[in-house]
Design a protein around this ligand. Structure first.
Ligand code: FRU
Length: 516
């Protein structure tokens, strides 16, 4: 049972933006009762099959992605009561294969004096004694009577057994006093912890500096409970948006890698077209000197919806990333929808020549069924192939010019298609540009429906692996050298797939249904 520390009981009547506050743990109990009932009203086939969606209501960032007591744990930013963002709880789910998720009761509610405006994003580590430690951003309203009063962000802890978590009596453990000169206490969030080889703990968190830009602070702790500021590990020099969110930092194939979600990015040629986007910065990390030297940067996902990713080191050594399959600027609500927000498919990461490669977790292969294969199909104009359809599929396409002398103008694959709807990827080899377009997917809003990505293509050759799961597509380009992700809420009956070429293309297709 979740028992409140004494200090919290005595603080139950807190001021929450002028309203006398809620009963602490009652808030969590209520949410747990509510989500259990709300879940029953959502049929299984109204959700994605193997991408995690919220148990009820709204989901944003993945939090506390971890492997604990023999299971993968994924927490998430959660408003159980509405399909819109609201006071943040932590939802919770577990999995043994990263594809079947089982909901656990909500883990955190905004029920303490130091987090009554929300339990924002954070992470987990296992403590030396085997308990699981959560660090999250507690949000409160600034204690001043002024028009300019704003929300303040601090870092807080909770400790638990994988289901029940008790907030730490000495919260918050990092606050304005922990910040370097000029650090904003209004923008200080999203701690990502890890355990170091020597058994001590480290953590990176995002903070806005005096210049208004984001930077990543490094903190250290001998025991996971007592934290101290170390240094600014990496700062935004103006190339990557304004404030930064949701940093992750890890070693991959001998390099230091930052994953960061910058807000308000300016596009740079064919990179960073997403406004609120994602970047991967690689470089050299000297752990003894705590020095990061930047080498390369790129978008993590070149599609429309992907944000705030987090990674884990799986027990078998794989670095696996999961992201919120959404962008703050493209919230498409359909009237019928009983939930909002989905996670991406977990993706295995590697580095090759300074570029981040991603592939869907290999666990997916166990659920590939009913293969349909075609080789050397000539495509000129519109082509449909027997057995190639579906909304829960894993399909690889290899395309190349049929005629060595004349390059084709354009190749396109349309899916989630019927007479009324479709979403498409199209490729123009002369520009080496791949475009996703969901204008005709059924959205009634004039939000962004297209995104372009410059891909590596020699002589009109391209390899595309498309993962469809009812409401989304993730395209892994050239064995994961780039990824483009988009969501769509097209009626499920629209399950057609067709191919089109302006010019002459030869096509190989291997398609599996995902039976899960
Ligand atoms: C990113 C973010 C985080 C914050 C959370 C609040 O999407 O804005 O910075 O912790 O969402 O839900």
């Amino acid at each position: 049972m979740f028992v409140l520390p004494d200090t919290m009981e005595s603080n139950l009547m807190m001021k929450d933006n002028g309203v006398i506050g809620d009963m602490s743990s009652q808030k969590l109990k209520d949410a747990r009762i509510f989500e259990t009932e709300a879940e029953k009203k959502i049929k299984k086939d109204e959700r994605p099959a193997f991408h995690l969606s919220p148990r009820a209501g709204w989901m944003n960032d993945p939090n506390g992605f971890s492997y604990y007591k023999g299971k993968y744990h994924l927490f998430y930013q959660y408003n159980p009561y509405d399909t819109k963002w609201g006071p943040m709880y932590w939802g919770h789910a577990v999995s043994t294969d990263l594809l079947h998720w089982e909901y656990l009761p909500a883990a955190l509610a905004p029920d303490a004096p130091y987090d009554c405006r929300g339990c924002f994003s954070g992470s987990t580590v296992e403590l030396a004694d085997g308990r699981q430690l959560l660090m999250y951003t507690g949000v409160v309203w600034e204690d001043k009577e002024s028009e300019e009063a704003r929300e303040i962000q601090t870092q807080c802890l909770a400790i638990g057994d994988g289901v029940e978590y008790e907030k730490y009596a000495d919260n918050p453990v990092l606050d304005a006093a922990s910040l370097p000169a000029g650090g904003s206490r209004y923008d200080f969030r999203d701690p990502k912890m890890w355990r170091k080889k020597d058994g001590t703990y480290a953590c990176v968190a995002a903070n806005r500096g005096e210049n208004g830009r984001g930077r990543i602070l490094l903190f250290s702790s001998p025991d996971g409970l007592n934290w101290r500021y170390e240094k600014v590990l990496f700062a935004n020099d103006g190339r990557f948006g304004t404030m930064w969110e949701c940093p992750d930092f890890f070693e991959l194939d001998g390099k230091g890698v930052f994953l960061i979600s910058p807000m308000e990015m300016l596009p740079r040629e064919m990179e960073y077209h997403n406004g609120n986007g994602t970047i991967c910065v690689t470089g050299n990390y000297d752990e003894d000197a705590n020095m990061f030297t930047e080498e390369t940067d790129q978008a993590i996902d070149y599609g429309i919806e992907f944000y705030a990713p987090q990674t884990i080191l799986a027990p078998d050594g794989r670095r696996i990333m999961i992201g919120w399959m959404q962008n703050w600027d493209t919230l498409i609500y359909s009237r019928e929808q009983k939930w909002f927000g989905q996670m991406s498919i977990p993706r295995e990461l590697s580095l090759r020549d300074g570029r981040l490669y991603q592939r869907p977790v290999r666990e997916l292969e166990a659920f590939q069924s009913d293969p349909v294969e075609y080789h050397d199909v000539p495509v000129s104009g519109l082509v449909q192939l027997d057995g190639i359809s579906g909304r829960m599929i894993d399909m690889e396409l290899v395309i190349r010019p049929a005629d060595q002398e004349t390059l084709y103008q354009k190749f396109a694959v349309r899916f989630a298609q019927d007479e009324m709807y479709h979403t498409a990827f199209s490729f123009r080899p002369s520009e080496s540009v791949l475009r996703v377009d969901r204008k005709f997917s059924g959205s009634r809003k004039a939000i962004i429906h297209q995104r372009r990505c410059r891909v590596n293509s020699k002589d009109g050759r391209l390899k595309l692996r498309l993962i469809l799961d009812r409401f989304s597509v993730e395209a892994f380009i050239n064995d994961g050298e780039q990824v483009m992700t988009a969501t769509f809420y097209t009626p499920q009956e629209a399950d057609g797939i067709s191919f089109f070429a302006d010019g002459k293309v030869l096509l190989d297709v291997v398609k599996y249904d995902i039976m899960i």
